[in-house]
Design a protein around this ligand. Structure first.
Ligand code: HQG
Length: 182
């Protein structure tokens, strides 16, 4: 059995190659972001990261944020969201709740209120359905600040929203008019 520390390490490694730099180990993702599991494991081993199929199953199935998903036949794996490489995950546009939250760090607030939320390196701006999650997201960057986004208004004005398989709301850009500090 892999230890908790090994599992976290593998999860970070999977985020790296499935979201950001598949080329690091010579991996190719499909347009929808899928990697062949056998190929992933073989390339990982070749680059000094040996992961058994059983351990991979544990990492995917126990991940607290459900970051990764297998295809139905479990031959392919992808990250559910958070990519910086260009993929089309195939999520259908959805009606968001009236309010969603964005957790950020205090040093970014002035710029966000002036120019809106930008997706930066990722493919989307990430929004959370609850304040707790937003706080955790913001903490990754510094002292957390939660911003309220008026997503109901945005949707009625034609902005598109997607809900990832692990419950993260995704959109392209949130203009300042739809952002309120809590
Ligand atoms: C900030 C984690 C200045 C934005 C989480 C954020 C999430 C601006 C940072 C997922 C700005 C980008 C994504 C502006 C946005 N001026 N700063 N105009 N617009 N920002 O990591 O949302 O653990 O790319 O506030 O749970 O923090 O990876 O995005 O602070 O779901 O699975 O630019 O990552 O999931 O940072 O986090 P990120 P995020 P995982």
């Amino acid at each position: 059995m892999a230890t908790e520390k090994e599992i976290v390490g593998i999860s970070k490694f999977l985020s790296l190659v499935l979201r950001h730099q598949p080329e690091l180990i010579g991996l190719t993702l499909s347009q929808e972001g899928w990697a062949n599991v056998d190929e992933l494991l073989a390339l990982a081993a070749k680059h000094g990261k040996t992961i058994s199929r059983d351990t991979l199953n544990v990492v995917v199935d126990t991940n607290s944020k459900k970051r990764f998903a297998f295809s139905k036949d479990r031959q392919f794996i992808r990250a559910n969201q958070g990519h910086s490489v260009e993929v089309s995950l195939g999520y259908q546009p959805q009606t968001p709740p009236e309010i969603l939250y964005h957790g950020t760090a205090v040093q970014s607030v002035a710029s966000i209120l002036a120019t809106g939320l930008h997706k930066q390196q990722r493919q989307h701006v990430h929004l959370s359905a609850d304040k707790d999650t937003a706080t955790k997201v913001g903490q990754r960057h510094g002292k957390p600040v939660i911003l309220e986004t008026l997503t109901g208004d945005m949707h009625r004005q034609g902005y598109s929203f997607f809900l990832s398989d692990n419950g993260v709301w995704l959109t392209d850009h949130v203009p300042p008019a739809f952002i309120k500090p809590l």
